[in-house]
Write a protein that binds this ligand. Structure first.
Ligand code: 5RP
Length: 229
């Protein structure tokens, strides 16, 4: 970490911690490879940092339209996922992450494209400030992207499973779908729940990233950035 970032991290503000982990992630960017880039405020700090090393990035795949625009604005070529068969590293934030590096994602609504890009990546590097670290996933409401016509159907199924879904009003995903932010699910087994939710007809993606967890977590706290694998 640079001394500026180190001081910022020690000052402990959320943005300073996000900036510190984003800067640490730059070391994971490998020359000549296609890079996967996530979505959200922490990922935005990473994109800011990428500007300084863009010569190392062959091209990038973006996990949202917002990220695509930010990457293009700093002069990084953004390619469609259909044009690539390998992504070396995917860097993204999380809403919650546990010791198994399983995550809840989708607070920014980009979960589907994030999960697709992550699934192709050899390594998933998660960047997060320590407020995201949890013993058990589920305090953050689980975002579930659904086909609009199935919204009420899926909401009733979620209630049967013990959840309290809340329709994210005024929000449409990049894929033209809607989100149910679901409170109260008891996430004892994240892999099992991720699979079960995937099987509900009308669900496009759920925000549990447990079947494909992160490989590395760069966790920012007052003492600096810790690397957890
Ligand atoms: C977007 C995401 C983000 O990674 C997640 O919401 C964390 O965002 P932030 O870095 O702003 O805290 O999953 O869909």
């Amino acid at each position: 970490m640079s001394s500026a970032s180190s001081k910022a991290a020690q000052s402990g503000s959320a943005d300073a911690l996000k900036r510190a982990v984003a800067e640490a992630a730059l070391e994971h960017v490998r020359a000549g490879e296609v890079l996967g880039v996530g979505t959200g405020s922490t990922a935005n700090f990473f994109i800011e940092g990428l500007a300084a090393i863009k010569g190392r990035v062959q091209a990038a795949v973006a996990s949202s339209e917002a990220t695509r625009q930010r990457l293009e604005a700093i002069g990084i070529e953004v390619v469609d996922l259909n044009q690539v068969d390998h992504i070396g590293v995917y860097v993204d934030g999380a809403d919650e992450i546990n010791a198994a590096l399983e995550m809840i994602k989708g607070g920014g609504g980009a979960l589907t494209r994030e999960k697709i890009v992550a699934s192709l990546a050899e390594r998933f590097v998660c960047i997060a400030d320590e407020s995201k670290w949890v013993e058990k996933l589920g305090r953050f409401p689980l975002p579930i992207e659904v086909i609009p016509m199935a919204r009420s159907l899926i909401a009733r199924e979620l209630v049967k499973m013990g959840g309290s879904p809340v329709y994210r009003t005024g929000f449409v995903t990049d894929n033209g779908n809607v989100i149910l932010d679901t409170y109260g699910l008891d996430i004892i087994n994240p892999v099992e729940l991720e699979t079960r939710l995937n099987n509900l007809v009308g669900v496009v993606t759920n925000g549990l990233f447990a079947r494909r967890p992160a490989d590395v977590l760069l966790l920012g706290g007052a003492g600096g950035v810790r690397t957890i694998t």
